[in-house]
Ligand binder design. Structure first.
Ligand code: SAM
Length: 463
C-alpha cells in the first residue's frame, strides 16, 4: 500500500457492494496546505532546493492549482496538512516569497488508482494476497487465468481490466488447460465485446486470427525471433506446425521462402491471410495436413516447384509509394522515365535448409517421418542435399531428478525416434518453464545423412 510520508494515497477501505463494483466508494480527500504564490514566482517554488521536501509529489496530481478565491495568484500544493510539519527553511521561504498559506483538498477517485490497487481494496481480506495482477494481451483481448477463489469476482475483475486499459476491448478467462489437438483453449467472456478475432503485432509483422479457434502464445515471442534470426534470407524453411505463422511470416518478411503447414484448418486459413497481409504470399506457401505427411513431402515439393530466387530485401510499402510518386512527377513534367536495369535472375530455390517443429508435447514423435525423405529420388535432387537440413524440434522435459538428466533424456528420445545417433551441429536451447518440472526446450541438429538417405524404409521399425 503506497504511503506518502504525510499522506496516505492508498485507496480507501472498500465499503460498497461486493455483488458489483461501486466506483463511488473509491472517493478520498487529502487535505493539504498550499502556498498562495504570484504566477511569476511559481518557478522559484518548484525549482528551488528548499521547497523540495515540502512540495506535493504524488503521482498524477499537479503541484500547481488555480486559486479560485484569488484570480491573480496560483496555489503551490504542499504535502503537509499542518504548518508545524513543514521543514523550517521551507517555511521561511514560503513566508518570504508567498502571500500566505491556505488549506486545499486534493480529491482522488476511482480513476486515480491502478486496477491492482482497486482490486486489493475491493477483495475480501483473506484473498488479497496473491490477487490476480497480471494478464496477457493478444490484440485487443486481455486474457486472465483466475484461480478458483477469485471466480465469484470474475466479472468485476474483468470490468476493472477493461476500464483501466484503453487498448483492451475484450476480457476473457481461460477455462481449462490446453488439451485439444489444435492447442487452443476454451475461454469465457468476463467483460467487453464478444469479439475474438484479433490483430496482434509481433516481430514487425501483423497477425490476424480468431483467438477461440487457433493457438497463439505471446510468451513465445523471443523464441520466434531467435529461430528466425538463425535463418539466412536465401534459405527455404519448412514449418511443420506453423500455427498462424509467427515463425513463417517473419521468415518470409526477411526473404526466406517458406512451406508452412498446420493441420487446423482455421490456422491454415489465417496463415494464408497473414501471408497476404504481410505481402509475403509469393514466398510463403500454406498447407493444411498432418505434420508427418508434410515432413515426407516437403523436400520433394520444394524440388518440383522451386521458389523464386532471393534478390535482396523487399522495399517497404513507404519506399514503394515514394518511388511511385517520383515516377509520376517525372511523367507529369514530361521527363523521360528511367529504364530499370534488368536484375540478373537469381537461382531458383529448391532445397530446404531448416525444418521448424513447434509442437512441444509430441514433435519428437514425428521425427521418424524424416527417415528416407531424401532417398530413392532423382540423382540431381539427392546431389542438392550435399548438406542435409537443420531440424529445430521443440519439446518438454519429462519428470526426472536433475536438469542434466532431463537434457540427456531429450537426446535419447530424439535418437531413438530417428534411429541414429546425433553427431553434427547439435544444440539444446532452454525456451521457458511451463510448470514445476516441465520446461520447454528446442533441440537443433543437422539431420543425420544416414537417416535422410535411408533407402527403402519410410516407417520407423520400432513403432
Ligand atoms: C504449439 S502450436 C505452435 C504454433 C506456432 N508455430 C507458434 O509458435 O505459435 C502447435 C500447432 O500445431 C498444430 N498441430 C497439431 N497437431 C498437428 C499435426 N498432427 N500436424 C500438423 N499440425 C498440427 C496445431 O494446430 C497448432 O497450431
Amino acid at each position: 500500500m503506497s504511503r506518502h510520508l504525510f499522506l496516505d494515497v492508498s485507496p480507501p477501505p472498500y465499503l460498497g457492494s461486493r455483488e458489483q463494483l461501486d466506483k463511488s466508494a473509491f472517493r478520498k480527500t487529502l487535505p493539504v496546505l498550499a502556498a498562495r504564490v504570484q504566477p511569476d514566482k511559481v518557478g522559484r517554488f518548484l525549482k528551488g532546493d528548499v521547497m523540495k521536501r515540502a512540495i506535493l509529489d504524488i503521482p498524477k496530481v499537479r503541484t500547481v492549482a488555480p486559486d479560485l478565491a484569488n484570480e491573480g495568484t496560483r496555489l503551490v500544493l504542499l504535502r503537509m496538512s499542518r504548518e508545524a510539519d513543514i521543514p523550517s527553511d521551507a517555511l521561511e521561504f514560503i513566508k518570504k516569497e508567498s502571500n500566505g498559506l491556505v488549506t486545499y483538498d486534493v480529491d482522488l477517485d476511482y480513476n486515480y488508482w491502478t486496477s491492482d490497487e482497486i482490486l486489493h481494496s475491493f477483495l475480501p481480506e483473506d484473498i488479497r494476497q496473491g490477487a490476480p495482477s497480471g494478464f496477457a494481451i493478444v490484440g485487443h483481448i486481455a486474457h486472465l487465468n483466475l484461480n478458483d477463489e477469485y471466480l465469484p469476482y470474475k466479472h468485476i475483475i474483468g470490468e476493472l481490466v477493461l476500464d483501466k486499459n484503453p487498448r483492451v476491448r475484450t476480457v476473457v478467462n481461460k477455462l481449462n488447460s490446453i488439451d485439444n489437438q489444435f492447442r487452443f483453449f476454451k475461454m469465457e467472456l468476463l467483460a467487453g465485446e464478444p469479439d475474438y478475432v484479433v490483430e496482434h503485432h509481433e516481430s514487425d509483422c501483423r497477425f490476424l486470427f480468431d483467438f477461440t479457434k487457433v493457438y497463439w502464445n505471446s510468451r513465445l515471442h523471443t523464441e520466434h525471433e531467435r529461430l528466425v534470426q538463425l535463418f539466412k534470407p536465401e534459405d527455404v524453411v519448412a514449418d511443420v506446425f506453423a500455427g498462424v505463422g509467427p515463425f513463417a511470416i517473419p521468415a518470409g518478411a526477411k526473404g526466406c521462402a517458406v512451406l508452412a503447414n498446420d493441420l487446423n484448418p482455421e490456422s491454415a486459413k489465417y496463415l494464408a491471410i497473414n501471408a497476404t497481409n504481410n505481402r509475403v504470399e509469393d514466398i510463403v506457401r500454406v498447407f493444411c495436413e498432418d505434420g508427418r505427411e508434410f515432413i515426407k513431402e516437403a523436400a520433394l515439393r520444394a524440388w518440383t516447384a522451386p521458389f523464386p530466387g532471393y534478390t535482396g530485401p523487399k522495399p517497404s510499402r513507404s519506399q514503394e509509394d515514394k518511388e511511385r510518386r517520383r515516377l509520376q512527377k517525372l511523367k507529369a513534367e514530361g521527363k523521360t522515365l528511367p529504364t530499370s536495369i534488368p536484375e540478373s535472375p537469381a537461382e531458383p530455390r529448391r532445397k530446404i535448409s531448416h525444418f521448424v517443429m513447434n509442437l512441444p508435447d509430441s514433435a519428437i514423435e514425428f521425427l521418424d517421418a524424416f527417415r528416407g525423405i531424401l532417398a530413392d529420388k532423382d540423382p540431381d535432387f539427392r546431389r542438392t542435399y550435399n548438406i542435409t537440413p537443420m531440424i529445430h524440434c521443440h519439446c518438454f522435459t519429462r519428470e526426472v531428478e536433475s536438469v542434466a538428466t532431463a537434457e540427456n533424456d531429450i537426446y535419447k528420445r530424439v535418437e531413438e525416434k530417428l534411429g541414429a545417433p546425433l553427431t553434427s551441429e547439435v544444440s539444446l536451447q532452454f525456451v521457458r518453464s511451463v510448470a514445476p518440472n516441465k520446461d520447454m526446450y528446442c533441440i537443433s541438429f543437422r539431420l543425420p545423412p544416414e537417416v535422410a538417405f535411408l533407402s527403402g524404409i519410410q516407417e520407423n521399425p520400432r513403432r
